[in-house]
Design a protein around this ligand. Structure first.
Ligand SMILES: [Zn+2]
Length: 190
């Protein structure tokens, strides 16, 4: 079942996620429905708050053509199978240089902004089978993990913007609070 994606201005996006104590059939179904919703919206990541549920769950699928560094075209995470279903994810370590790259968000249709994030993260989570996992992620995947974990903490793209960018987008953000707009097709949305 596809959900309607909650957009900026909806209070649930600001609620901190409740940890999942047991990966039940209901939570697995929620993860499946979130994936269907993410694919339907052509996003590469989605957090539970974006479908109106403040539980600690996100889904990520970075396709191979986007899992490349910007210069050489080498795969960033060739050994990590997609999609990823993460219950109770926590970042254990951030590494590499801070990188600035344009980021979109399915809850901010039509908006993208440069966001500085760590180039690499080590993330701990419970997978869809209920098995604890630790992954070392690089490139866009590392960015997606940090973006989705922000969502689970109630932190949004607008909080990561520079003051100047926020001022320049003020009218757009205000409109977004009132209505949805067409999504930018170029920037991967998370
Ligand atoms: Zn987002």
């Amino acid at each position: 079942m596809k959900f309607e994606i909650v957009t900026f201005g909806s209070p649930v996006l600001r609620v901190k996620a409740t940890p999942v104590s047991d990966v039940t059939a209901d939570f697995k179904r929620l993860a499946d429905d979130m994936m269907e919703t993410m694919y339907g919206a052509e996003g590469v990541g989605l957090a539970a708050q974006q479908v109106g549920r403040a539980v600690s769950l996100c889904v990520i699928d970075v396709p191979p053509e986007l899992d490349v560094d910007q210069e050489g075209g080498e795969r960033s995470n060739p050994d990590i199978p997609m999609p990823l279903v993460m219950f109770n994810p926590r970042i254990k370590e951030r590494g590499g240089p801070q990188q600035r790259r344009d980021e979109g968000c399915l809850s901010f249709p039509g908006i993208h902004t440069g966001v500085q994030r760590a180039a690499e993260v080590t993330v701990f989570f419970i997978d869809w089978k209920g098995v604890p996992k630790t992954l070392h992620c690089r490139g866009l995947l590392a960015r997606a993990v940090q973006h989705e974990l922000d969502h689970l903490d109630g932190v949004l793209l607008v909080d990561r913007m520079s003051a100047v960018k926020k001022i320049s987008l003020a009218g757009q953000l205000k409109r977004l609070r009132q209505e949805s707009e067409m999504r930018s097709p170029k920037t991967p949305s998370l």
